[in-house]
Design a protein around this ligand. Structure first.
Ligand code: CTP
Length: 396
């Protein structure tokens, strides 16, 4: 889904081609975009705001002032990752050039820092008019992306250039812009990050100091390389790009279930999460009151990485992490074998600046051919790049 999480503002002006815009809204939504429509008073004659409202799942905006109430006239412009005006009438086109800001659509346009696309639509003589020609050139030289218009039959019955480009082609132009091309294009990447929390009672848990920074950096790097990324994360304060499908979990068991589901479809899985190895055998329904010493009985959680390793298909790449304090290489090699990994990323707690909570990491990569690569201390985004490059090197 190329448009996953992208915020697209659709400006619809009052031209006959506005009746085709519900189709564009549907195409954008199906491709994962969030869509908000802003229209002019004239637009309402050509397409029902209710239809745009229903299909976009968001309230259609048209007014700068409503019931004597001030409306934030720049919020749509600030929200947008892309602003598309379709159809664009000659009237609104000239307003864009002169900065004539007399409605919500124009206020959105003038406050928008995102890239703008316009699909002009008008009768052939209006399109040929020198003022239209000049306005189009002004728009183009000011970085506006112009789509169409096309030649064909017009609403007036005349035939010539002026038809709005079809919704499918406008949609394709947006997809082309947002489509990240890279060596992992077409690959589905699953990344886990953060700690897990294992509940003791309703107010307490067993956890660890993992911040999730390493896993989040890997997810972002995979996205930059063109992959479709699912990030399954334990509790963290971090945020990620909206283009990443993020699944929040708390316990090792929840992470296991989410991983089993995602792994079926994944080409690559990178398990950077610090999963709890043990959880309380019994979860108390009520808060445990203090009395004398307390002994908690723990049971093992399922090793998620090992479970995935056992299911791994030949086309899948599986990467694990190992955090060790001693006999690092030997333990890492054993884990690589036992969990059926393609390579393992080893952190040693002996290394200053490596491990939990910090912004840097010092890693050694051991691969299935027993090739060992040691790296210097680096910021986690650079470490993420090394890990993703290693995956690309192993399976181009
Ligand atoms: N891991 C997992 N599920 C668990 C425990 C760990 O998937 N229940 C994964 C981690 O995400 C990591 C790798 O296993 O990629 C290694 O974790 P680590 O804690 O270093 O090793 P363990 O296999 O748990 O072994 P030990 O704690 O004995 O070193």
């Amino acid at each position: 889904m190329i448009l996953r999480g992208k915020n697209i503002v659709l400006g619809v002006t009052g031209g006959i081609a506005a009746y085709k815009i519900p189709m564009l809204v549907r195409l954008l939504r199906k491709e994962g975009a969030n869509v908000k429509c802003v229209i002019t008073e004239e637009t309402k004659r050509f397409v029902s705001p209710l239809v745009l409202d229903t299909l976009s799942g968001n309230r259609v905006e048209s007014k700068l002032v409503e019931n004597d109430q001030w409306i934030d006239h720049v919020h749509l412009g600030k929200w947008a990752d892309a602003f598309v005006i379709a159809p664009l009438t000659a009237n609104t086109m000239s307003k864009m050039v002169s900065g004539h800001c007399d409605n919500m659509l124009m206020a959105t346009y003038m406050s928008c820092e995102a890239p703008v696309w316009v699909a002009p639509a008008m009768d052939l003589d209006m399109f040929k008019h020198p003022s239209t020609d000049e306005n189009l050139r002004w728009l183009e030289s000011n970085g506006i992306n112009i789509i169409g218009p096309e030649a064909g039959e017009l609403a007036s019955g005349l035939v010539g250039k002026g038809r709005m480009t079809e919704p499918q082609d406008i949609f394709d132009a947006l997809c082309e812009y947002f489509d990240i091309k890279g060596p992992l294009k077409g690959k589905k990447v699953l990344v886990t990050a953060g700690p897990t929390y294992e509940k003791i009672d309703p107010v307490r848990y067993i956890g660890n100091y993992s911040s999730g920074k390493m896993g989040f950096a890997i997810a972002e790097e995979a996205l930059n390389k063109g992959a479709q990324v699912t990030l399954i994360t334990g509790p963290t304060k971090l945020s990620c790009s909206s283009a990443i499908e993020r699944i929040d979990v708390e316990s090792a068991e929840q992470m296991l279930n989410a991983c089993l589901e995602s792994f079926k479809e994944a080409d690559i899985a990178i398990k950077a999460a610090a999963v709890a190895d043990y959880r309380p055998k019994v979860l108390a329904d009520q808060k445990i009151k203090k009395s004398g010493d307390l002994t908690l009985e723990l049971e093992k959680t399922t090793d998620i990485l090992k479970t995935l390793g056992a299911q791994k298909k030949p086309f899948q790449t599986l990467v694990g992490f190992a955090l060790e304090t001693n006999n690092e290489l030997e333990y890492a090699q054993k884990k690589l074998e036992k969990k059926n990994l393609d390579f393992i990323v080893l952190n040693s707690l002996k290394d200053e600046g490596a491990g939990f909570g910090v912004d840097t990491n010092k890693i050694t990569i051991v691969d299935r051919n027993n090739k060992i690569d040691k790296f210097e201390l680096k910021p986690k985004p650079e470490v993420a790049k090394i890990i993703i490059d290693k995956i690309i090197e192993l399976k181009p």
